[in-house]
Design a protein around this ligand. Structure first.
Ligand code: AP5
Length: 214
């Protein structure tokens, strides 16, 4: 299955992407995870992206489009995938269309998670992520079994640099400004399905599964 998961920052894309990837055997591709890993490793890509990410701005389209084009241009490109955080602008959606066409792949569904800003702020302010495998947790809604330790790999948990209140406001503004064009693009292709992102993690997961199975 080939799926794009859209949604505001902190709406639960990463959380659901991990669960849905396992359920439907899809490769989880997160541009946020790729960029954060590049920053940690100090690569040229990471150095270029860091300033944008720290201030809550989008990394330039050309940079992320190149990451994705490279990933799908390789012989071991995934045939079944779930995109998390890409595309994010109309330019990226159009570029991804071209990448898929060249790879001979077709999208099945674009899932759009809906969540109001007040819930986003609650979720992001309590988020902790694993520094090793980037699994997201929440200190109240989804705590790890042992405080500050990842259930899956035992790695240390930490708050993300871009989860400060002022950066979150800027990320939300950015999201609302770029969303419309992209939604219209996928609506025209009859790929768009909306999912209510409010509710517990299992409830939102069940709603996503229902959309993907029908
Ligand atoms: P990215 O990492 O993609 O961040 P984002 O889109 O802002 O989304 P988040 O990772 O913040 O949240 P999420 O929706 O995955 O929520 P999560 O599951 O963690 O991008 C970061 C930055 O990289 C961008 O700002 C930009 O600079 C750059 N970037 C990345 N891609 C780019 C692109 N394509 N173009 C340009 N720039 C790009 O959940 C959040 C919290 O809520 C967690 O604590 C979780 O445990 C909890 N939670 C989840 N679901 C629930 C629930 N149902 N109930 C209660 N709590 C829940």
């Amino acid at each position: 299955m080939r799926v794009i998961l859209l949604g505001p920052p902190g709406s639960g894309k990463g959380t659901q992407a991990k669960l849905l990837g396992q359920r439907f055997a899809m490769t989880h591709i997160s541009t946020g995870d790729i960029l954060r890993e590049s920053i940690r490793q100090g690569t040229p890509l990471g150095k270029e992206a860091q300033g944008y990410m720290d201030s809550g701005r989008l990394v330039p389209d050309a940079l992320v489009n190149d990451i994705i084009a490279e990933r799908f241009g390789r012989p071991d490109r995934p045939g079944s995938f779930l995109m998390d955080g890409y595309p994010r602008t109309l330019n990226q959606a159009e570029a991804f269309d071209g990448v898929l066409r060249r790879a001979g792949l077709k999208l099945d569904v674009v899932l759009a998670l809906q969540a109001p800003d007040w819930e986003i702020i609650r979720r992001i302010s309590g988020r902790r992520i694993c520094l090793k495998d980037q699994t997201p947790y929440h200190i109240l809604y989804n705590p790890p079994k042992t405080p500050d330790v990842c259930d899956l790999c035992g790695g240390p948990l930490s708050q993300r640099d871009d989860d400060r209140a002022e950066t979150v406001t800027s990320r939300l503004k950015q999201y609302h400004a770029t969303l419309g064009g992209m939604l219209a693009f996928y609506e025209r292709q009859h790929l768009l399905r909306e999912v209510n992102g409010l509710g517990t993690i299992p409830e939102v997961f069940a709603a996503c599964v229902e959309q993907l199975e029908h």
